[in-house]
Write a protein that binds this ligand. Structure first.
Ligand SMILES: Nc1ncnc2c1ncn2[C@@H]1O[C@H](COP(=O)(O)OP(=O)(O)OP(=O)(O)O)[C@@H](O)[C@H]1O
Length: 476
């Protein structure tokens, strides 16, 4: 059981305990290991251009967020204050302690309906990094009756990493709600059979939640008042997660308030969601609104895997990036790059959905997420190499660059536009500037890129050394 007031400290201790293994890390700086031979296949012009784009693409005006708040077309636009939402005093205090001055558009739009009585169901869509998590966390905490010691609100998430991250937001916003407790229902958490959970807030992955509710009978779902499905589309669109989520839904009271949140919903998912959820309020984006303007998108032509690798080495050595995430289609290729970078002296973290929970937490939380202020640069990974396991929801402010080493494709071989949007959304959080670079290694990848462009009706600019002036203008 975790007391929200003490949770932050406990988490620190827990993380410290879990630092046993770092998959890949050699803590050497790029400069120490740079070999001129290594980069000879990328021309000096290419190098200069890539570095220039990285540098200029990341300049953020201090007042940027405040400017965007006043622009009605921005997802951060807001006319209301948090006071106007009539939150409970301890929750309001928690919100301000996060440094949030005013609600974003999704928070201002969704919260009045989420907090209304009688409770209303909701299916909500908003761009990545615009504050959906905080919106549903505020709604969840608002519905808890602290004097009742049984599970009352639940949030289901598709991955362990995301569940832990959402839990941290609940702990932080709820830090002044000292009578509210949270329990994580995720891999690695165990409970004696038959013991009844008394925490009011449950956050977990569907498999574990279902097991605890049925096999172990420690989680009573009959008094749940709010159920949140984060990344709702993937929960509905992925067979295993869908089965478990539906089974959990069947165990909830009929009047339980359902909240579905995501960046993307395709037509089938939306239809299914509307059948599952009675009479929902629906907040949707137009297709052209889905992709964020503050994330600059480029592609580079790389004729081979080796050339791709050299481009990565250039990116890695660029002093101007904060942190970067490099996405791969398969675990095998991600491991290949991690080993190669390590061999060449770069410190990287590899996260690819391996079953070892301790390792997964160590790589993401301890090595990659930590603030510079908390940890010396020497002990941190600036680059996270991963598969789609980290494509959704992961919120790390300092990530200023996302690289698609492989463009995302679905099982049908076509571009997976939704995954693309989620991946690039790991940068450009809450109005910050971000940069996405796509590596194109032939006609198939180029075709995928074009499909993505057409889908979002948004140009992805080629980094073209023959046209230096044009690119310079774009990055000014
Ligand atoms: N009102 C606010 N004012 C300032 N910062 C905020 C506000 N709401 C949320 N944030 C911050 O913005 C960042 C992104 O928020 P969050 O993770 O909730 O976005 P999201 O929409 O859930 O993203 P994703 O679609 O990737 O899951 C977080 O670091 C969060 O602390």
């Amino acid at each position: 059981m975790i007391d929200l007031g003490e949770a932050a400290d406990l988490q620190e201790q827990e993380l410290a305990r879990q630092v046993k293994n770092v998959i890949i890390d050699c803590n050497k700086t790029t400069e120490q290991n740079e070999n001129p031979e290594e980069t000879k296949n990328i021309s000096i012009a290419d190098t200069a251009l890539l570095q220039k784009v990285i540098r200029t693409g990341l300049v953020t005006s201090k007042n940027d967020v405040e400017v965007q708040r006043k622009d009605p077309n921005s997802p951060l636009y807001s006319v209301k204050s948090f006071e106007a939402l009539h939150l409970k005093p301890n929750i309001l205090k928690g919100v301000y302690s996060m440094g949030y001055n005013a609600p974003s558009k999704i928070q201002e739009t969704a919260l009045p309906a989420l907090l209304a009585d009688p409770p209303q169901n909701m299916i909500a869509q908003s761009q990545s990094g615009t504050g959906k998590t905080a919106a549903f966390v505020i709604a969840m905490l608002s519905r808890v009756e602290p004097s009742h010691k049984y599970p009352q609100v639940i949030c289901l998430s598709p991955t362990l990493e995301l569940a832990l991250q959402i839990g941290q937001v609940i702990e932080k916003i709820g830090r002044f709600c000292t009578d509210i407790h949270i329990r994580y229902a995720v891999t690695g958490e165990n409970i004696p059979r038959g013991m009844k959970l008394t925490e009011q807030v449950i956050i977990g992955t569907p498999g574990k939640v279902f097991d605890w509710a049925t096999k172990f009978r420690c989680l009573d779902l009959s008094k749940i008042r709010v159920c949140v499905l984060d990344e709702a589309d993937i929960m509905i669109d992925t067979q295993g997660l869908q089965d478990q989520s539906i089974r959990i839904h069947n165990l909830l009271p009929r009047r339980c308030q359902m909240m579905l949140f995501s960046v993307t919903y395709n037509k089938d998912v939306m239809q299914f969601a509307e059948c599952l959820i009675t009479n929902p309020n629906i907040i949707r984006l137009k297709r052209e609104e889905e992709s964020l303007g503050n994330i600059r998108q480029y592609y580079v032509n790389c004729s081979s895997q080796e050339i791709k690798y050299k481009a990565i080495a250039i990116i890695y050595s660029s002093a101007s990036i904060g942190q970067a995430i490099i996405f791969f289609h398969t675990r095998k290729k991600a491991t290949w790059l991690a080993e190669k970078l390590t061999h060449d002296g770069h410190g990287v973290g590899l996260l690819s959905g391996e079953p070892n929970v301790d390792q997964r937490i160590t790589v993401l939380e301890r090595r990659f997420r930590r603030d510079l202020s908390e940890d010396s640069e020497r002990f941190r990974n600036r680059v996270l190499i991963t598969t789609n396991v980290a494509a959704r929801g992961i919120d790390i402010e300092q990530v200023s660059l996302v690289v698609n080493f492989d463009l995302p494709v679905g099982v049908d071989g076509n571009a997976d536009c939704e995954t693309y949007l989620h991946r690039i959304g790991r940068t450009g959080r809450f109005g910050r500037n971000g940069l996405a670079i796509n590596m194109v290694d032939g006609p198939k990848a180029y075709n995928t890129l074009k499909q993505i462009e057409n889908h979002f009706d948004r140009k992805i600019i080629r980094l073209d050394t023959d046209n230096l002036e044009e690119v310079e203008r774009l990055t000014e």
